[in-house]
Design a protein around this ligand. Structure first.
Ligand code: IPE
Length: 246
């Protein structure tokens, strides 16, 4: 079992609201078609959900956010999700759309529903879920990020590999020279050492990736603009990017 997160920065143009990167999504889908073992896709919000959640000042902490904001974020995620599903079906893959409300209750995963995701993945379907605005209870809502979903699913499904697909080669130890960290363990890097770009986002990815690797599971950050790196990692054990070993 493999878990794959398509980051918002690779599937959309984060600079421009509501702009999917269709060609990039298609190229990734073509590589995913080559994978012969069960896998699950999680995607982010990028210039869709992420854009609106910022506009409406919504965060991961449960609170009484603007109801219209909740509606708009959810709506935009459905729109982006449809684009991903269309690209996958066009490339002869069989996505099975699973909004996070299908396996989350409040901020807790529903164990039987999460277990079902494995069964779905093992039956020639590809479960596809995404970060979203979720109902929490007591008139509160919260943003559940795709990164967080990655650790929820990793904990329950124990994938042999979790891949975060980014718009960069991996984690840089220096943003100016773009020196890449190949192995978090060998390089003895901790979260505090990672330079964060102003657009943020990377902090949460590193936190969730670290969490998953501490479960004894392998995590890999790869550049989705070079989608063959995804299949090289899965099929050839060749990792061009940043690896977090469990
Ligand atoms: C987006 O999920 C959640 C929403 C804001 C609706 P992510 O937080 O995983 O999205 P990206 O990958 O960083 O864009």
């Amino acid at each position: 079992m493999i878990l794959i997160k398509l980051g918002g920065s690779i599937i959309t143009n984060k600079e421009k609201p509501l702009s999917p990167r269709i060609k990039t999504i298609d190229n990734i889908a073509k590589q995913l078609k080559k994978i012969s073992e069960p896998f699950v896709i999680v995607h982010g919000g990028g210039s869709f959900g992420h854009y609106w959640s910022v506009k409406y000042d919504m965060h991961t902490k449960p609170a009484r956010y603007d109801s219209h904001g909740v509606a708009i974020v959810k709506n935009s995620m459905i729109e982006l999700n449809k684009i991903i599903l269309d690209s996958l079906t066009k490339n002869k893959l069989n996505p099975y759309c699973l909004p996070p409300t299908d396996f989350m209750s409040g901020n807790k995963p529903i164990p039987s529903k999460v277990r079902e995701i494995r069964k779905i993945a093992e039956s020639n379907l590809i479960p596809v879920t995404f970060g979203d605005a979720l109902w929490y209870g007591q008139k509160k809502s919260y943003i559940l990020s795709g990164d967080k979903i990655m650790s929820i699913l990793a904990k329950a499904l124990r994938p042999r590999l979790s891949i975060f697909i980014l718009n960069v080669d991996g984690l840089y130890s220096d943003l100016n020279t773009k020196r890449l960290i190949y192995d978090m363990k060998d390089d003895q890097v901790s979260i505090q050492d990672i330079p964060m770009d102003v657009t943020g986002g990377m902090t949460r990815k590193v936190e969730e990736a670290t969490k998953i690797s501490k479960m004894g599971l392998k995590v890999f950050f790869a550049n989705g603009n070079k989608p063959e790196r995804i299949t090289n990692a899965i099929q050839k054990n060749r990792f061009e990017g940043t690896i977090f070993r469990g």
